[in-house]
Design a binder for this molecule. Structure first.
Ligand SMILES: [Zn+2]
Length: 123
């Protein structure tokens, strides 16, 4: 899987940014097209080993091996039931500033958990 990349990951709150991340996505339409994945919070983090790897901007869950009939929302829920974005139920654009701040804190905690090996003390 691709490393966390500050410049990429930071700007993935909005669906249009996530949608732009999908390059050479194999499914043009149907349940698992780039649009539906972006809707469900995912953006594209392709690597040589996993050309269809995706990451949720909120919980940082990474999923790959997508099939054309996969439902991105259902897969998201199955693999990351506590995702703050899933629980919110509305797009980030519709949050108040206060709600956004609460959301951002949860997001940063997920990010830190994901990066914890980077924070191990250097000896
Ligand atoms: Zn998520």
């Amino acid at each position: 899987m691709a490393d966390l990349n500050d410049t990429t990951d930071y700007f993935m709150h909005f669906k249009d940014q996530r949608l732009k991340s999908f390059k050479n996505w194999p499914f043009e339409d149907g349940r698992c097209c780039a649009e539906k994945l972006a809707d469900a919070g995912f953006y594209h983090i392709p690597s040589d080993q996993s050309p269809d790897a995706t990451r949720c901007f909120a919980c940082y869950k990474e999923l790959d091996g997508w099939e054309p009939d996969d439902d991105p929302w259902a897969e998201h829920k199955k693999h990351s039931p506590n995702c703050a974005f899933l629980k919110m139920g509305v797009p980030v654009e519709q949050l108040t500033v206060q709600e956004l701040m609460k959301f951002e804190i949860k997001r940063q905690v997920c990010r830190m958990v994901r990066r914890k090996h980077w924070m191990a003390p250097h000896t």
